[in-house]
Every structure is written in structure tokens, then in C-alpha cells.
Design a binder for this molecule. Structure first.
Ligand SMILES: Cc1ncc(COP(=O)(O)O)c(C=O)c1O
Length: 392
């Protein structure tokens, strides 16, 4: 008897993901189509990846053009797409140098090496991270995170990491000192329930950074590239990171990550001290250029306009269902609702109604849609949420 696709998946692929019961056929713009011909409105965007939507014409053209030239030649050679993307990143962000990785976790790992090197030079050991932060699934990244479900039975993790309470000024004052080499911060916690950093807490970090000379490392893997209303989420605060990690949306659907380094950190590692075979792959850099070009051409204004509309509509829902919805969470197009009950049933009911979203931190509905969603799409989401909440 032949197996269906779900059965084949469980026979062939390690069961580490809880998949939704949808078999994808193709995707276009903000819509995903399954093999039964159903159309889904995508408010997840491949988990904050498909920033320009699916099958964007210019992304496809960049892929075709670059594939016709070459795909991979190794980092032994000079490659124009790599250089152009780095120049564009520098131009937009003001950072000094770029190191390319392939994913968010790899960007975290690289940043950790810079943190340790800074510590070695300045005789500092501790790396600080915060509760609710998510930095990836590799050992270094996991070491920066709390959470039984991510780490159970997998230790030991790396030494000299302290995980402090997110947004606790008191813990900053008590646990950061001259021995602190670096502080890793996700200013808006994507997997940690869309919790946003308190401005006073961030200002305290800046104050301590000046006092103790540690590195501030911003994890912008999910929140970067315009998603929260500014190019980086840290720009909402009074802080100047020394290193920024990015990935997800940068390649518009092709895997790529990067570490951005300021003048203080860009000369910490030299030849042979860090590297990767695929980092800065020409295809990924070519699509990355399309993403940055679009952001540079004014996409940010559209993001902010639609994000404000989405927020207004979500807030209207809160007024309508104050006994069911606790609060609005997040910033820009990295937002959602916190419920008094688990959000997963709402996500599944949305899926029934052909809308894709996601839940995080048990009670939070997370929306990280493509930047090209429009008012009609937001209205449809809100109307379905309204009807679901009415019945709940
Ligand atoms: C804030 C943040 N950092 C790091 C990562 C890890 O990225 P990746 O899954 O590409 O390794 C993620 C992934 O969700 C993330 O949201």
C-alpha cells in the first residue's frame, strides 16, 4: 500500500517539528496554495522570512540572473554580489564591516566568538543574556537561553553565561560589572511572547556599557530589516549596539545571515579565525540586494502605514473582547495579541478559515506577515478573529 505524504514525512524526516496539516503546492504574494487547491492568507511569512511576499518577481529575476552566472565558487574568491550587499548594509546601517553566515543561529555563534575575543582582550569573562530571549538551536545560542523544552538533557552548555530577568533594572545593576564581556539582547522577543524592552531598562544597559566597556549585541534576526517600524528594532531605544545579528528576511526566502560589526569590533578577528563554506553565497546575496533595494526605495513607509492599521484593528478587538484578550503585543509587523487562554486553538481555527498565523509563549498570537499585506487582508484577519472570539 502506498503511503500518503504525511506518512512519508514521518517515515523519512526526524520528528522535531509540529507541522500544520497543509501540503504546500505553491505560493504567491501573501497567499499560499495547498495541493487541494485551497488558498491561505499568510500572516506568518515563513516565520518572518518572506518579507517581500512569495514569488516576488524581482527576487525570481535575481535568482535567474545569478544562477545563469554562477551559484557557488567559495570564499576564496572576490564576488560582486557579496560586496554589493555588504556595501548596501553598511550604507543603510552605518556599521563598519559585515561577516556573512547562513542562518540566525550561525550569526549568534559568530557573535559569541567576537564577545569572547573582546573578553579575552579586556580580561572579562561573563556573557549576559535574558529570560524570554531566543537566539537559535546551536550550543552557543542555547547557552544564552533559558527553557527546559529547548535544553532538557542536552547540557553542559558553555560556561560563564548569566541569564538575567528581561526588563529588570535591578538585575542589571546587581549582576553586570567589570567582568561582563558582552550582553545579548533581543529588543522585541519574537519567541518570548512579543515582549518589548522597557526604554528605561535599555537606558540602564547603555549607562552600564559606558561604565564597564562591554559589547552590546543586538539580535535582530527576527526584528530587523524594517519589520518593527525602523530598520533595526534597537533604533526605538537609546542604545548603540557594537554587533548586530541578522538573518531570516535578508535573503527574501533564500537562506543567509550576517553579523554587522562597528569600528570597535570589526578588527577583533583576523584571517582564518572565522569562516563558513556557504556564508555569502552569491545567490543569497543577489536576493538580499533586492530586499534592501526595496526597503531603501520606501517600503518602510508602507510597512509603517499597514502596521499602524493592523494595530488599530487589533486594539478595536481588545475593546470588544476585554474578557478574552489581555493586550496588544509587539511593534510594527512583529505584533499580535495576548489572550487569557492558550492561543493555539485560535491559530488552528484561523487555519480552518484559511489564514496562517502562529502562537508563541502559550497565550500569544504572533503575526509576522510579508511587508506587502494590505488593508483588505488585515480586515479579513480581523473579521475572522472577531467571529472566532465570538464563538470562543
Ligand atoms: C531572534 C532570533 N534569533 C535567532 C534565531 C535563530 O535563527 P535560525 O532559525 O535561522 O537559526 C531566531 C529564529 O527564530 C530568532 O527569532
Amino acid at each position: 500500500m502506498s503511503l500518503n505524504l504525511v506518512e512519508r514525512e514521518s517515515e523519512a524526516i526526524l520528528q522535531t517539528y509540529g507541522r500544520l496539516p497543509v501540503e504546500i503546492d505553491y505560493a504567491n504574494g501573501c497567499y499560499i496554495y495547498d495541493t487541494d487547491g485551497n488558498e491561505y492568507l499568510d500572516f506568518l511569512g515563513g516565520i518572518a522570512v518572506n518579507v517581500l511576499g512569495h514569488s516576488h518577481q524581482e527576487i525570481i529575476e535575481a535568482i535567474v540572473e545569478q544562477s545563469n552566472k554562477y551559484l557557488h565558487v567559495s570564499n576564496f574568491f572576490f564576488q560582486k554580489p557579496q560586496i554589493e550587499l555588504a556595501e548596501m548594509l553598511k550604507y543603510i546601517t552605518g556599521f563598519d564591516k559585515v561577516f556573512y553566515s547562513n542562518s540566525g543561529a550561525e550569526s549568534t555563534e559568530g557573535a559569541l566568538k567576537f564577545a569572547r575575543k573582546w573578553g579575552a582582550i579586556h580580561n572579562k569573562k561573563d556573557v549576559i543574556a535574558f529570560t524570554g530571549g531566543f537566539h537559535g538551536r546551536t550550543y552557543g545560542a542555547l547557552s544564552l537561553m533559558e527553557g527546559e523544552n529547548y535544553k532538557k538533557d542536552m547540557g553542559p552548555f558553555i560556561d560563564d553565561v548569566k541569564i538575567l530577568e528581561f526588563n529588570s533594572v535591578e538585575q542589571l545593576e546587581n549582576l553586570i560589572d567589570g567582568n561582563t564581556a558582552a550582553v545579548f539582547i533581543e529588543f522585541i522577543q519574537g519567541s518570548g511572547g512579543l515582549t518589548v524592552a522597557d526604554p528605561e531598562w535599555v537606558s540602564k544597559i547603555t549607562e552600564l556599557q559606558e561604565k564597564y566597556n562591554f559589547l552590546v549585541i543586538a539580535d535582530e534576526v527576527q526584528s530587523g530589516l524594517g519589520r518593527t517600524g525602523k530598520f533595526f528594532s534597537y533604533e526605538h531605544f537609546d542604545v548603540k549596539p557594537d554587533i548586530v545579528t541578522i538573518a531570516k528576511g535578508l535573503g527574501g526566502g533564500i537562506p543567509i545571515g550576517a553579523i554587522l560589526l562597528n569600528e570597535k569590533t570589526s578588527n577583533l578577528l583576523g584571517a582564518g579565525q572565522h569562516g563558513t563554506t556557504f556564508g555569502g553565497n552569491a545567490l543569497a546575496c543577489a536576493t538580499g540586494l533586492v530586499v534592501l533595494k526595496k526597503l531603501n526605495e520606501g517600503l518602510q513607509t508602507d510597512i509603517n502605514r499597514i502596521a499602524a492599521y493592523l494595530k488599530k484593528k487589533l486594539q478595536e478587538l481588545i475593546l470588544k473582547y476585554p474578557d478574552k484578550i489581555k493586550t496588544y503585543k509587539g511593534l510594527g509587523l512583529m505584533c499580535g495579541l495576548e489572550f487569557y487562554s492558550p492561543a493555539k486553538p485560535i491559530v488552528l481555527e484561523l487555519l480552518n478559515r484559511k489564514i496562517i498565523a502562529n502562537s508563541t509563549s502559550n497565550t500569544v498570537l504572533r503575526l509576522v506577515p510579508p511587508y506587502i499585506i494590505d488593508k483588505t487582508m488585515v480586515d479579513r484577519l480581523i473579521s475572522e478573529l472577531d467571529s472566532i472570539l465570538k464563538e470562543l
